[in-house]
Design a binder for this molecule. Structure first.
Ligand SMILES: CNc1ncnc2c1ncn2[C@@H]1O[C@H](COP(=O)(O)OP(=O)(O)OP(=O)(O)O)[C@@H](O)[C@H]1O
Length: 201
């Protein structure tokens, strides 16, 4: 039986994917709901360069706070549209829980993905969208990928490198990461729903 980090609730089997850092999780009093949405298409990943506010100067998916009366799925669609100009058939694929000292709440972030989108991608006040090349993309997509940079993990939140491969592989995942005030990762745990074994009969 896996012991899940405080803040992570899951009723089912999980496979541990990454685990490290210090011994003790940071305490937190309350949590706030957020969303984060990623478009993955033709061997490319759409990220946004955050121009203001929390996480300024980092690349991330498109998202923000869930407003009162909204479901996370509704908030994810609204934030994607507000920050990148597009709509997409978003599917829920994970939950991440972050604790950052000096912030009076923990972040509970529902993660969404889509492989299609509608509309024209635009730069907004908050985000500058940019496509990045996926690692090991299949040959037919390489034309699409030329001139694209690889995923800029050096300019992303430090935990992203652990769960991004799960997102790209269409896995369902959960995890928690605790940071220090400088944004360094202090403790982390990530797990994924096991893939159904291929029936070989
Ligand atoms: C600590 N480690 C983290 N790692 C990766 N992503 C993180 C994160 N912590 C927060 N996030 C994401 O950052 C956005 C913040 O949203 P944020 O701009 O504050 O919200 P919102 O757009 O509602 O703000 P305004 O009040 O409109 O400025 C939102 O997508 C949220 O999922």
């Amino acid at each position: 039986m896996l012991t899940l980090p405080p803040g992570i609730i899951f009723d089912g089997t999980l496979e541990e994917v990454a685990n490290g850092g210090e011994n003790v999780w940071l305490p937190y009093d309350r949590k706030k709901l957020y969303t984060n949405a990623f478009i993955i298409r033709n061997g490319k990943l759409l990220l946004g360069y955050k121009k203001r506010g929390f996480g300024k100067g980092l690349y991330n998916g498109f998202g923000g706070k869930v407003d009162p009366g909204e479901t996370p799925a509704q908030a994810a669609l609204r934030e994607l549209k507000e920050e990148s100009g597009i709509t997409a058939p978003l599917e829920h694929c994970g939950v991440l829980f972050f604790v950052v000292p000096d912030i009076d709440h923990a972040f509970h972030i529902d993660i969404f993905r889509a492989e299609e989108y509608d509309g024209t991608i635009i730069e907004t006040e908050e985000m500058r969208p940019q496509w990045f090349a996926l690692p090991n993309a299949d040959a037919p997509t390489q034309d699409e990928q030329k001139d694209l940079q690889p995923i800029p993990f050096d300019h992303m939140w430090k935990d992203d490198v652990y769960w991004m491969p799960l997102l790209l592989a269409s896995r369902h995942f959960l995890g928690r990461a605790d940071f220090d005030t400088e944004g360094n990762l202090k403790k982390w745990w990530f797990g994924a729903v096991p893939q159904t074994p291929v029936d070989s009969r």
